[in-house]
Design a protein around this ligand. Structure first.
Ligand SMILES: [Ca+2]
Ligand SMILES: [Ca+2]
Length: 263
């Protein structure tokens, strides 16, 4: 960010470099849009500050380890809001920026990925169709990311929103059979260990797995992969129908990659 601290504020410089301007991908389709947090969120803390620098410094001093970001309102004689980390969706708005709001957020999402401010996630779509194993290999080789793990219903909804808003068009990720559908691989699969079939597992990296568990995201009638010795991977279908389907891992689909970032 373009803030140059001086005087006694120089000691805060290391902290300041962690703050990045706030953007959303879920406000305007195919556009990274500057946003501010919604000041009305119940956990917002309102304080006074004479500059955006002072806003950041004060919020940091009050809440360093638990701070997610700040809003600074230039036109309301120095109103500053501190937003703590919260395991919830954040409401953001593009309309506050023209009204003189600037917002900054702390996250560790690498620059070649998209930070989804609404749920503190870090995603990027591979717009190349590969079988699941090649797709995972490619994710693993980009910023140590992995095929997306949809760990709750909110993340499932946010991921669909992200894909819907960022995709260049609805034909770049066709289903292997129903080409008018839009679909992508996630990190979930059912496989065999020895001769024994596993439950559905998230497998972000080779040799790493954890149970998918029950989910409301399965499409009606799914999963239905036969016990035929083949691996079936969870594809998330966005256009054509909506929901998860277990589908042959050997089929060629796009894959949504995710970088795990600290809370
Ligand atoms: Ca995830
Ligand atoms: Ca299926």
């Amino acid at each position: 960010m373009n803030i140059r601290p001086s005087g006694q504020l120089q000691s805060q410089q290391v902290t300041l470099t962690k703050f990045r301007p706030a953007y959303s991908y879920l406000v305007v389709r195919k556009q990274k849009t500057p946003v501010c947090f919604d000041d009305q969120m119940p956990f917002a803390l309102k304080i006074r500050a004479r500059s955006k620098l002072e806003c950041i410094v004060k919020c940091t001093a009050m809440n360093e380890k638990e701070l997610r970001g700040v809003n600074y309102h230039m036109t309301s004689s120095g109103t500053c809001f501190c937003f703590p980390k919260a395991n919830t969706t954040y409401k953001v708005s593009a309309s506050l920026q023209p009204a003189g709001c600037q917002s900054f957020v702390i996250h560790d999402c690498p620059d070649n990925f998209d930070y989804v401010i609404e749920y503190h996630k870090c995603y990027k779509m591979q717009y190349r169709r590969n079988n699941w194993y090649t797709g995972r290999y490619l994710c693993n080789n980009i910023s140590s990311s992995h095929p997306i793990l949809l760990e709750d219903d909110v993340e499932n909804a946010i991921s669909l929103s992200y894909v819907n808003y960022t995709t260049p068009n609805y034909s770049v990720c066709p289903h292997a059979e129903w080409t008018a559908w839009y679909t992508f691989f996630t990190g979930g699969l059912i496989t065999y260990v020895g001769e024994v079939r596993t439950p559905f597992m998230w497998s972000p990296y080779p040799g790493v797995s954890k149970y998918v568990g029950s989910s409301n995201a399965w499409f009606s009638g799914e999963p239905n992969g036969p016990l035929d010795g083949l691996d079936y991977c969870i594809q998330s279908i966005m256009v054509g129908t909506t929901g998860w389907d277990d589908y042959m891992c050997s089929s060629s689909l796009c894959m949504l990659c995710e970088v795990d970032i600290p809370m």
